[in-house]
Design a protein around this ligand. Structure first.
Ligand SMILES: Nc1ncnc2c1ncn2[C@@H]1O[C@H](COP(=O)(O)OP(=O)(O)O)[C@@H](O)[C@H]1O
Ligand SMILES: [Mg+2]
Length: 356
């Protein structure tokens, strides 16, 4: 088999830029160099696309992006692949697959997936629709509701309503949910813009904060219980689920700080819950991924409510973190996949999707 060329796209303009860089390091290190030629494409925080042409081992040293050539993906299929641009010189570098390691807005939300569809380039992970719906917590809820899988009581508010009459919005929230509530920008990621409000005073601040990040805000009743995550791998309808892991957040909730800066946050796998509950979560994760027409990979997150022992869906991440402390690779490691085998499988699934 001839070597495939894979463009690994990472960084990006979202608030999860730095996480993406760490994830990309794991992915690049684990793509087998004997099978693949790797072309790292870094999107800066300002949205400039840069091709890294140095040795893979040195990718994290220095500020190479300042000197790296511009490199973009064109939707023009006559120039299919990466376009390396220096001055007025343009070179087309053919690519077999784009490995997306972008988290959040513009990476996980269907936008770059749309560009790749136009370009006719195979890529890993979910397509346009499943990425877009999964990124938006308000729309994911509608799909999951149809499946009859439990979710926290919630309501949706729009920025224009908050600006018009924040008290009316808060009345609606208080009718739908009991305190404490979680206020989330619909397209949040890594907990950015999310806060927990224990009363009306905190709710008003939480709503305004969320408005800085999105025009659609989801307000949910807080669930007291355990936080559980399940990884899925496959192209709908052939999906396998990992074991279930538990998050023990060091903060009052799993905030950005608790996720990335607090060594006290822990993950336990498999989660110490009855096997029957683990099975229920695995089945729900697969069902949700399928309903969203999921492709490649996703991590599906739940709560196990203390009072009722009920499994409650929280959210789905279509391009979950791949950092050394990320749950997705750890969950599949437990299932017997090394990270190298895992990225290999993700590549295979990406290519397979384009075979028919
Ligand atoms: N309804 C809820 N009840 C209890 N905790 C919640 C609830 N919603 C969110 N959280 C807490 O906030 C964290 C971030 O929320 P989440 O919806 O997962 O957003 P993100 O997409 O940013 O990860 C969760 O990991 C959890 O700790
Ligand atoms: Mg989350």
């Amino acid at each position: 088999m001839s070597k495939k060329t894979i463009a690994v796209v990472f960084g990006g303009v979202s608030s999860e830029h730095d996480v993406s860089k760490v994830s990309a390091e794991t992915v690049i290190k684990n793509l087998n160099p004997e099978k693949y030629t790797i072309l790292p494409v870094y999107i800066t925080k300002d949205g400039a696309w840069k091709l890294y042409e140095g040795p893979i081992e040195a990718i994290n040293g220095g500020h190479w992006d300042q000197y790296a050539p511009t490199c973009v993906i064109s939707p023009d299929r006559e120039h299919k692949g990466l376009l390396r641009i220096v001055g007025d010189k343009l070179k087309v570098i053919p690519v077999d697959l784009v490995y997306l390691v972008l988290h959040g807005a513009n990476g996980e939300d269907g936008t770059i997936q749309g560009l790749l569809e136009l370009a006719g380039l195979p890529y890993i992970g979910c397509g346009v629709l499943s990425s877009a719906v999964s990124m938006n917590k308000a729309y994911t809820k509608i799909v999951v509701e149809k499946l009859g899988i439990a979710q926290a009581p919630y309501t949706i508010a729009y920025k224009y309503q908050i600006e018009k009459d924040v008290n009316e919005v808060m009345d609606t929230v208080e009718k739908a949910c009991k305190y404490p509530v979680f206020v989330k920008p619909a397209c949040a990621g890594s907990s950015v813009g999310i806060s927990k409000a224990h009363n009306r005073d905190e709710l008003v601040d939480a709503l305004w904060l969320a408005c800085e990040h999105d025009k659609t805000i989801v307000i949910e009743q807080g669930i007291t219980g355990r936080e559980l995550e399940c990884a899925v791998l496959g192209n709908t309808p052939d999906i396998e689920a990992s074991t279930v892991g538990e998050i023990l957040a060091a903060d009052e909730f799993y905030s950005y700080d608790a996720k990335y800066n607090n060594a006290e946050s822990k993950t336990v796998l498999p989660a110490d819950i009855p096997e029957k509950k683990r099975e229920e979560i695995r089945a729900a994760a697969i069902e949700i991924f399928k309903a969203l027409d999921g492709m490649g990979l996703s991590r599906v997150d739940f709560f196990l409510e203390k009072k009722t022992n009920k499994v409650i869906f929280n959210e789905i991440n279509t391009l979950p973190g791949f950092t050394p402390i990320s749950m997705y690779p750890m969950l599949f490691e437990h299932a017997g996949y090394s990270t190298e085998e895992l990225v290999d499988k993700i590549v295979e699934l990406g290519l397979k999707r384009y075979e028919n």
